[in-house]
Design a protein around this ligand. Structure first.
Ligand code: TRP
Length: 319
């Protein structure tokens, strides 16, 4: 199922890790979160009561997937960061009902999660070819199969995990590959009361914390690094200046970590941050503007009555 060679992907991840650990604030690339254990923990997060995102998205898909399917008339559904592709099934059902769908291409960083989800989906949708791809959607857009009309899905507010510049590059590249007749459906979490955001990323059972700490475990395993969990506290807080949840760890006391696999020593001060992910929350006007600048046109913006979450259908802007 591989496309871009695995060795290239690891090398790029290692380079980004060096850069991130030398940056201010220090951060780790998101990819470290999603190894097999991380993908399982993420699936567990999606079932937490305080983590409202997947449920809101599912309700919106139940209401509007038929409109999306009718509009897209897609032969190919591509899902970026598909994981276990749970909410995607609502979209698959609608596309099958419209009768255009021939192919489902789930793309994910983690091969194991695709090895589970792809056959399950193939079994549930016998008329559809399921063709999983392993890779990072930031690099792989050019690899996506070009066959037929495409609907590209990006669910779970994963778009919020990109930094603004990454998001801009991603949206531009996407507008470029969508071509005539392509469509893009994206689930986006919206700005809301910080207390609810805080609760969504700080579950009492510690599943989110375990998910974030797994990034250190993954770096230790692959690069022989000496990160020690007890030297860090979990920290996820709302940053009103950036409209994002800033999620990661903080050093409890000053100490140095060595990472032989990168020939790197990293010193932390007491209280210093190690960011593992940002989760941006959006406002409609800014979102509209960004899509416009990237060459995409918002066709529909659907929200739940409380305004928690939006499901957005975008099309290439007419030149
Ligand atoms: N796309 C998810 C989000 O932004 C990813 C996520 C959920 C996440 N919980 C997390 C990322 C905790 C880091 C830490 O909500």
């Amino acid at each position: 199922m591989a496309n871009a060679p695995v060795a290239d992907r690891r090398l790029r991840l290692h380079e980004e890790t060096v850069r991130g650990l030398q940056a201010e604030p220090k951060h780790l690339p998101t990819a470290w979160l999603y190894d097999e254990r991380g993908s399982r923990l993420y699936a567990e997060i999606t079932r937490l009561p305080a983590y409202y995102l997947p449920r809101r998205e599912r309700e919106l898909l139940r209401s509007y997937a038929p409109d999306i399917a009718a509009r897209a008339q897609a032969e190919t559904l591509v899902e970026l960061g598909a994981g276990s592709a749970t909410n995607t099934r609502v979209l698959l059902d609608a596309l099958v009902y419209v009768g255009t769908l021939e192919r489902f291409v789930p793309l994910d960083l983690n091969e194991e999660v695709l090895r589970e989800s792809a056959p399950a989906i193939a079994a549930a949708y016998p008329g559809i070819a399921v063709e999983p791809l392993v890779g990072d959607f930031l690099d792989e857009l050019a690899w996506l199969p070009a066959a037929g009309r495409r609907l590209v899905a990006f669910l779970g507010s994963t778009i919020g995990n990109l930094y603004p510049l990454q998001r801009r590059a991603f949206l531009r590249a996407l507008a470029g590959v969508l071509g005539d007749g392509g469509a893009f459906v994206v689930g986006v979490d919206l700005v809301k009361d910080p207390r609810r955001l805080q609760a969504a990323y700080n579950d009492r059972g510690g599943v989110t914390e375990a998910f974030v700490r797994n990034a250190l475990t993954a770096v230790n395993a692959e690069l022989d690094a000496t990160f020690e969990q007890r030297r860090f506290d979990f920290d996820a807080r709302w940053d009103p200046a950036h409209d994002w949840m800033d999620i990661g760890l903080r050093a409890r006391q000053a100490h140095t970590v060595s990472i032989p696999g990168l020939e790197l020593e990293v010193s932390f001060e007491a209280g210093e941050q190690l960011r593992v992910e940002v989760s941006t929350k959006f406002r409609r006007e800014a979102f509209d503007r960004e899509f416009g600048l990237a060459g995409l046109r918002l066709d529909s913006w659907w929200t739940d009555p409380a305004g928690d979450f939006a499901l957005v259908l975008a099309l290439p802007a007419v030149p």
